[in-house]
Design a binder for this molecule. Structure first.
Ligand code: CA
Length: 287
């Protein structure tokens, strides 16, 4: 399904309320062989890629663009919604790790959006970002179910710290992921197979981390794209095959036990095979 979500603008904006240098430097995405999917919005290839997906609900375009740029720069996949209705549509269609929610939206109060999120059994954590900073407003926001409340104007570094704290709380993740003798250290961002250190590009790391967090679960190409890139990918999921080839060449090809499995008709899965591949029996010699 092709989504129609409004992607964040790429225009860079410097707000006076943000200290210079608060935003992480952008780096170009890793080079890919063959065709580069048009419309594929690679999260910059920084080492902080975290395979987390955030929805920014903000009607003021300057602030929305600024938030999207900053969060993408920190390695998150980011979608934007400019109205409450658009936000609800996104939230019903996508499994977000966090929602950053403005209160004063053109069509409804952000708290109404929050109520709709909280009506879902497994709604994402919500950070309200609002100019309404009176004590009553903050209390009402938290009582409605927000996980945090930050008042505008804000410093981006503080927002980012709160985002990270909420993501840690919302999805407590082990520091190390393990599949057979493959280990991924989420904190130090290192991968080893047996005793051998494996050097991965940031996007390869993001895909591998996502697969290892879902060990034994078949993941479609679309799921991988949506989790590791932004949603505006134009439906070209063959990019996943390219990255899986890269990953296999680094973590599987030289080892007898293959961990990345192709799931016919679906996509890919990482799992240790139950038994090592049996050695073929020698052909009987005919005399
Ligand atoms: Ca607003």
């Amino acid at each position: 399904m092709r989504r129609t979500g409004r992607a964040c603008s790429r225009g860079f904006l410097t707000l006076c309320l943000v200290p210079a240098g608060a935003l992480p430097a952008q780096r170009p995405p890793p080079a890919l062989p063959g065709r580069h999917a048009p419309g594929l919005r690679a999260v910059n290839g920084c080492a902080k890629l975290e395979s987390m997906r955030i929805l920014v609900v903000e009607d003021e375009k300057r602030i929305a663009d600024f938030l999207c740029r900053g969060l993408e720069g920190a390695g998150y996949a980011v979608d934007a919604a400019a109205t409450g209705g658009e936000a609800v549509t996104h939230i019903h269609a996508t499994d977000y790790d966090l929602v950053i929610l403005d209160r004063m939206l053109p069509d409804m109060d952000g708290l109404q959006v929050l109520e709709k999120i909280r009506n879902r059994k497994l709604g994402p954590p919500v950070l309200i970002l609002s100019a309404r900073g009176a004590l009553d407003d903050r209390v009402k926001g938290l009582e409605t179910g927000a996980d945090d409340y930050l008042v505008k104007p804000f410093a981006f570094v503080e927002l980012l710290a709160r985002v990270r704290a909420l993501l840690r709380r919302g999805q407590p993740t082990p520091e190390r992921l393990q599949v057979s003798d493959l280990t991924l250290d989420c904190i130090r961002r290192k991968v080893t197979r047996g005793s051998e250190a494996i050097d991965l590009a940031p996007k390869e790391f993001g895909i591998l981390e996502y697969m290892m967090r879902n060990k034994g679960r078949p993941l479609s190409r679309t799921m991988i794209v949506e989790h590791v890139w932004d949603m505006d990918y134009d439906g070209l999921t063959n990019i996943v095959d390219v990255y899986i080839r890269h990953l296999r060449s680094k973590i599987d090809d030289r080892f007898q036990q293959k961990l990345i499995q192709t799931v016919r008709g679906i996509g890919y899965m990482i799992e240790a095979p139950e038994k090592p591949a049996a050695q073929p029996a020698p052909e009987p010699t005919q005399v």
